[in-house]
Design a binder for this molecule. Structure first.
Ligand SMILES: [Zn+2]
Length: 448
């Protein structure tokens, strides 16, 4: 114990996140090694940890590092894409014209560059844990380890998987299954420090044969991990499932044993009452991605209903943005807009991100992640936020929705390691990372 580094971050308001959602004015958080050991009044915390290094957060807001429960780091190289892309009139065409061409053109260098640049962008915006869904169908083998190495260099906590699909033929499908298996077997699930865990990635029901679903479920079972799959993101997924199996998407996946408390079902837009009940019964993790859904014009998940019914719903960006603050705002707006009723969905964005995502992450990492409390893994962020109104536990939601942005984040600690201090990234040369990413992006766009 004695040799472990102690840090106290404090002086400003400390928002603990989690179900209790406390806000401690003039608070402090003590960290020893990779864990939070105390949260409270700064004076008391300092009395108990007199030898700790102090990171002064006077006039700042200290919060848990944010969790992004569904994203695609490889989309980091798609921003501002210049290529001949046919216009798309529906979701399936968006995949065919853009994303499937991009993932087939990615090289391992591109995977590394996108992961480094994506991770730096996430850190700058206060995200410290991601649940990533990776696709690089022309370079499958080794892609997850390449991602993992890049994320370890930056210092981001991650659950990784490779997107298995039948859309590129049996050999790419088999490679995808093998890549998930290799990664899960090789410490993805048991690296010891909970910085890295594995899931089994599946694209979506409409590109997966029955036999593939069976094999994926068997791999997940063998390693005691969940699956990570896009579910009923578009009506086309439902129509395909009914055609193939006579059942809707959630029922089809359930019949192959894909659902469960560690499985991530991203989107769940076109699900009916029975499917919602199945998601709840199996305790499957639903992840809402409102900005991506609006961008693809695929609809709006019934998140307020899912929450009322007791389902676990997390929040992700689907790679649309690096900022969970933006996503929280969008999650707050979409449901009332959809319902045409300003009473709907109040506070739902912050609730998904600050209460539910920690539950999601804690399941996937087997430790308390995403809240500031003694015993939790030490992931926290400091924001330069000087509000014009009082900030208290009862009104944090209003500050999150109407005040906070990712660019207020100054300091980021992950697993007790200082990754960014006063806006300076300490773990990698971020200018070099971005220059390398830009070079890779040009090559990728040409190759598409
Ligand atoms: Zn996605």
């Amino acid at each position: 114990m004695g040799g472990e580094r102690e840090i106290v971050v404090g002086g400003g308001a400390v928002a603990t996140g989690g179900a209790s959602g406390r806000v401690v004015p003039d608070g402090g958080v003590a960290i020893r090694g990779s864990r939070v050991v105390a949260v409270g009044e700064l004076g008391e915390v300092l009395d108990r940890h007199p030898d700790a290094e102090v990171i002064d957060a006077t006039g700042r807001l200290v919060m848990p590092g944010l969790v992004n429960a569904h994203t695609h780091l490889y989309s980091a190289l798609a921003r501002g894409l210049i290529a001949e892309i046919e216009p798309s009139s529906n979701f399936t065409e968006i995949l065919e014209h853009l994303w499937w061409r991009l993932d087939r053109a990615l090289t391992l260098d591109g995977v590394r560059a996108s992961a480094l640049a994506g991770a730096v962008d996430l850190i700058r915006n206060g995200t410290t844990t991601i649940v990533d869904h990776h696709a690089s169908q022309a370079t499958v083998e080794g892609s997850l380890h390449t991602l993992a190495d890049a994320l370890a260099d930056v210092g981001l906590r991650a659950n990784l998987c490779f997107e298995v699909t039948d859309r590129d033929g049996p050999s790419v499908r088999d490679d995808g299954l093998a890549e998930n298996e290799r990664f899960a077997a090789d410490g993805g699930g048991s690296s010891g420090d909970a910085m890295l865990t594995a899931s089994v990635g599946l694209h979506a029901s409409f590109t997966l044969e029955d036999g593939t679903l069976e094999r994926a479920a068997a791999v997940a079972d063998r390693f005691g991990v969940g699956c990570h799959v896009h579910v009923a993101e578009d009506r086309a997924d439902v129509e395909d499932s009914v055609r193939r199996s006579g059942t809707r998407v959630v029922e089809r996946l359930h019949s192959f044993g894909i659902l469960g408390p560690r499985t991530i079902a991203a989107h769940c837009i076109h699900v009916d009452e029975r499917e919602r009940a199945l998601l709840k019964e199996t305790d499957t993790i639903v992840v809402h991605n409102p900005q991506s859904n609006m961008n693809n014009a695929v609809g709006c998940a019934a998140v307020p209903t899912l929450l009322d019914e007791g389902a676990l719903v997390g929040l992700g960006t689907d790679g649309f943005t690096a900022s969970m603050f933006d996503e929280m705002k969008a999650a707050n707006l979409i449901h009332r807009h959809e319902a045409g009723d300003p009473r709907v969905g109040h506070g739902v964005g912050p609730r998904l991100c600050l209460e539910c995502n920690p539950v999601v992450a804690s399941r996937l990492f087997g430790e308390t992640v995403g809240v500031l409390e003694p015993g939790a893994l030490a992931d926290l962020i400091v924001l330069d936020y000087d509000p014009p109104t009082p900030l208290e536990a009862g009104n944090l939601t209003g500050h999150v929705i109407f005040g906070l942005t990712g660019w207020m984040v100054e300091t980021v600690i992950v697993n007790g390691r200082v990754i960014m201090l006063d806006r300076e990234i300490l773990t990698v040369d971020d200018e070099e990372v971005m220059a390398e990413a830009r070079a890779c992006a040009r090559d990728l766009w040409k190759a598409m």
